[in-house]
Design a protein around this ligand. Structure first.
Ligand code: ATP
Ligand code: MG
Length: 494
């Protein structure tokens, strides 16, 4: 049994400590407290070109041992969020049941269910030190040598049911009075239900109608498409059902998600946005391409360059402004969010997108020209609101390509933007999204579109190095914040 006094070693870590300090001053004493002795673990275990910091195994069947717990340590200055990809990779490769990622201050506890890695709890140093009944911590319940022995005994006896039993242990711990910040609900760990736990842990199907959002800014290259793709992935990660509609003839969103408008759509006789807009019999369902990357699922209406030659046809198509609105209306129960990516213009495609929408999200860079252009962008959204059936609220202004080193300039730009909003009639209340949602300007974000997946999938890409994977995770963290903020904004607006 361990108690709070025994956790005094946590106080030996400072922000200046090294990764090796975390290994020797935190992990080794912690493992001792959890009942392990030095010969129970291996250190610096090579897998591929990487080395696992700590590995604890158990004898699964005669002669074979299986990985139980992988521990990855980081220096205290490291942001753990950017390192999750690494422990995920180690846990997938070793098939370890549990993972612990820590920088000595924060502790992530992860669990491997059929190759799907779930972060099940997060602890701070104070969570660990302040709870006097530390033996009730989930950390102790599942990481201790006692738990390992039960697990390995059960595993030998009945390999099939052990996973469920193990999840049941976690479930009971989750129901207890554990002070850790639990990241998933206990309903996800109900034992013996046969439910597929490999699905997103917080997948939620709501009965509400989809919010249809145009990511709108007539200025070119401000990050509309990149924001749309990764915001959609973040919404999906958060359990939302998402449809993306590409109405830009450049088809950047289509290609950025790995769909070739020629090879994957035209040559295979499939239909795209141009058919949806001008052919009355073509329904939304007929043009959707479904894509999946790990736990991210996105439905996509692809675009095609031919849309650029169709301005005249669009002009003469009856009721064209409402055609997308009408065709999406039938599917609003199928999705939580429908995001539309329009071209950089005030042309027909843009008005079609706005007329179909129930909200507008405006991405901008924090630099002079894009900020000045916002006056017209906001005014245009407000003008559409006035002529359109139903309202078209501006959900907010989201910052893309934020230069983290230019804090002073950014603040000046925010001030300038606030002044601009004051000037545009009806725009004074428009929210500028908070700094935690600003998407940093990172070269990894601009290289990923060539790969055809949302940035969170970079952790599975063996062609990327450690630095690139960390940068990708860093970027996706901001997109997740943006998605969470959008969810809270849209639930307030409903
Ligand atoms: N956060 C970021 N960090 C670095 N590069 C970025 C970031 N966001 C976007 N980019 C890059 O900036 C360029 C413009 O982005 P994007 O295509 O998303 O803008 P857009 O507004 O959709 O452009 P268009 O008006 O042509 O449709 C692209 O090369 C993209 O890869
Ligand atoms: Mg674009």
């Amino acid at each position: 049994m361990i108690n709070s006094a025994c956790l005094d070693f946590l106080a030996t870590i400072t922000l200046e400590s090294s990764e090796s300090d975390v290994e020797h001053k935190v992990i080794v004493p912690l493992l001792h407290l959890l009942g392990y002795s030095n010969e129970d673990w291996q250190t610096q275990v090579g897998i591929g070109s990487s080395k696992i910091d700590f590995l604890i195994s158990f004898k699964a069947t005669q002669g074979y041992s299986s990985a139980y717990l992988v521990i990855e340590t980081k220096a205290p200055k490291k942001n753990l969020e950017n390192c999750v990809w690494q422990i995920n990779e180690y846990m997938r490769q070793t098939e370890a049941v549990l993972g612990l990622l820590t920088n000595g201050y924060t502790f992530y506890l992860l669990c491997n269910h059929q190759g799907k890695i779930l972060k099940i709890a997060e602890y701070s140093q104070s969570d660990l030190s302040l709870n006097p009944a530390i033996e009730n911590h989930l950390l102790y319940t599942v990481l201790s040598k006692k738990a390992l022995l039960i697990f390995s005994k059960e595993m030998r006896r009945n390999q099939l049911s052990i996973k469920t039993k193990f999840l049941s242990i976690i479930s009971k711990a989750l129901l207890g009075k554990d002070k850790a910040k639990l990241l998933i609900g206990e309903e996800n760990f109900e034992p013996d239900t046969g439910r597929d736990l490999s699905k997103s842990p917080i997948q939620s199907k709501t009965s509400e109608k989809a919010m249809i959002i145009t990511v709108f800014n007539n200025k070119g290259g401000v990050g509309k498409t990149t924001t749309t793709i990764n915001l959609a992935a973040a919404l999906s990660k958060l359990g939302k059902r998402v449809l993306l509609i590409d109405v830009d003839p450049q088809a950047n969103l289509t290609m950025g998600l790995g769909i070739d408008p020629l090879d994957d759509v035209e040559k295979q006789g499939k239909k795209d946005i141009s058919h949806l807009l001008v052919e009355p019999r073509v329904s939304l369902e007929q043009v959707i391409i479904k894509k999946r990357w790990d736990d991210i699922s996105l439905d996509i209406v692809p675009s095609h360059i031919r849309l650029s030659d169709m301005e005249a046809t669009l002009m003469t198509t009856p009721d064209i402004d409402r055609v997308l609105a009408k065709k999406t209306k039938k599917y609003v129960d199928e999705y939580d969010y429908i995001l539309i990516d329009p071209p950089p213009s005030f042309g027909k495609a843009n008005s079609i997108a706005l007329m179909a929408s129930s909200g507008v999200l405006i991405p901008t860079q924090l630099s002079s020209y894009p900020i000045r252009a916002l006056e017209y962008v906001v005014a245009r959204a407000i003008a559409t609101n006035e002529v359109k059936e139903g309202t078209l609220p501006i959900l907010g202004i989201a910052v893309s390509m934020y230069n983290r080193t230019a804090t002073r300039v950014s603040l000046e730009m925010i001030e300038q933007l606030t002044n601009i909003l004051q000037k545009v009639p009806g725009a004074a209340g428009v929210e500028i999204y908070p700094e935690s949602t600003w998407i940093p300007n990172l070269s990894i974000i601009s290289t990923i579109p060539n790969k055809g997946y949302p940035i969170c999938f970079a952790e599975f890409d063996q062609d990327l190095d450690r630095r690139e994977k960390e940068a990708a995770q860093d970027a996706f963290y901001s997109y997740l914040n943006l998605a969470k903020h959008l969810i809270s904004t849209t639930s307030r607006k409903e």
